[in-house]
Design a protein around this ligand. Sequence first.
Ligand code: CUA
Length: 156
Amino acid sequence: MHLHKYEKIWLIFGIMALIIFLSVVGVSAFHQGHTPSGGHMKIDPDKVSETAPFDQPGVYEKEDGTYEVVMVGKAFGYDPGAVQVPAGKEILFTVTSSDVVHSFSVVGTNVNMMVVPGEINHKKHTFQEPGTYLVICNEYCGSGHHFMSTEIEVVE
Ligand code: CUA
């Protein structure tokens, strides 16, 4: 069988296009398997209670005198239910969710972050004034959303 000159050209063009297409798909698949999408830390939302630091939520004093509050949001509350931190010290809030999207919003401060299953979010804050601060969920998360809250007690 004798191929017409133009048919040969189109056949070669078609094969080359296929090779380019497959390379691009292959490269993208490789990238997805080896680099996390976005800059957030990832966590398996089904294994929050087994994954550090969320296996032990609570308040931790660090060597440099700052504090870390590790908290898990879930329908419809936060774990731990209430925390106590000192005034005038830098607090790093580290949060994730074990179910749906919530938020961790400390009333009267600029701490207002999303609590997302599969992601670890951070926010630093220093409470200058002692007192009781209300934490609320600003993301609609279901029937108990309006009751989802906790308190941070800031002491001298
Ligand atoms: Cu949790 Cu709204």
